[in-house]
Design a protein around this ligand. Structure first.
Ligand code: ADP
Ligand code: MG
Length: 236
């Protein structure tokens, strides 16, 4: 049997939360296939479950039922140590609001994912320098997050996501609150990482400009993935 070229295949994924004794069904039999090397955007208004799906794809949370295959392996079958190891090698995360640590410099923030590896200080430095130069922040190594603009902080978050050289980068609300020019800079970085470094991107966003980076634009609606209907989105 030929192995599929899909990096992710989700089948019939269910997820609900219980709040105040009431069950909230968020993902309702969700199917999703993502090819290796794709840029896919997933839109949907606030509260539809984008972050829930982001967490499941990154192995930060698990589905109640269904399959979550990563390169033909079901993440639900892995124990937490194997999941941690897998996540550290394969997935880069860009969290909403950047999640930079305020008391650490740019350099130290980007170093965080590498501290979980067995790389030497010198090998870490080589990777951090490469990641920071890709996002054009070579001259900001010693700055703290509050000494950087929003766009620069977002770029630090991108450098941190790519420093381990993961196969896939998951972004939750990339450029959530950045101006048009900065969004454009971020978009350029995503394009380069995809084109020149074959990184797969899954972009969760309610910003149509960012969503348009996706070669495939999807929408999370009613707990399922459907193709994005552009006219409707533009009219909102
Ligand atoms: N840990 C949780 N416990 C209970 N409800 C949650 C939890 N996380 C998210 N929810 C609810 O699930 C729904 C989807 O949340 P989320 O995935 O964050 O949506 P989005 O990212 O699209 O805004 C929301 O109604 C939210 O309140
Ligand atoms: Mg969210």
């Amino acid at each position: 049997m030929a192995l599929s070229t899909h990096i992710y295949q989700l089948k019939n994924v269910m997820k609900s939360y219980t709040k105040g004794g009431e069950k909230l069904s968020i993902l309702k039999g969700l199917d999703l296939s993502i090819e290796t090397g794709e840029i896919v955007s997933i839109m949907g208004p606030s509260g539809t479950g984008k972050s829930t799906l982001f967490n499941i794809l990154g192995g930060l949370d698990s589905a109640d039922s269904g399959e979550v295959l990563f390169m033909n392996r079901d993440l639900q079958d892995l124990n937490s140590r194997t999941i941690d190891h897998w996540r550290g090698r394969q997935v880069g995360f860009i969290f909403q609001f950047y999640h930079l640590i305020p008391v650490l410099t740019t350099y130290q923030n980007v170093e965080i994912p590498l501290l979980l590896t067995s790389l030497s200080r010198k090998e870490r430095k080589r990777k951090i320098d490469a990641a920071l130069s890709l996002v054009e922040l070579e001259d900001r190594h010693k700055h703290y997050p509050n000494q950087l603009s929003g766009g620069q902080q977002q770029r630090v978050a991108i450098a941190r996501a790519i420093v381990t050289d993961p196969s896939v980068i998951l972004a939750d609300e990339l450029t959530g609150d950045l101006d048009a020019k900065t969004s454009e800079e971020i978009a350029k970085i995503v394009t380069v990482l995809n084109r020149d470094f074959q990184k797969t991107f899954i972009l969760f966003t309610h910003d149509l400009r960012i969503a348009q980076l996706g070669k495939r634009m999807l929408s999370l609606e009613g707990g399922q993935i459907v193709p994005l209907k552009l006219e409707e989105e533009e009219g909102q």
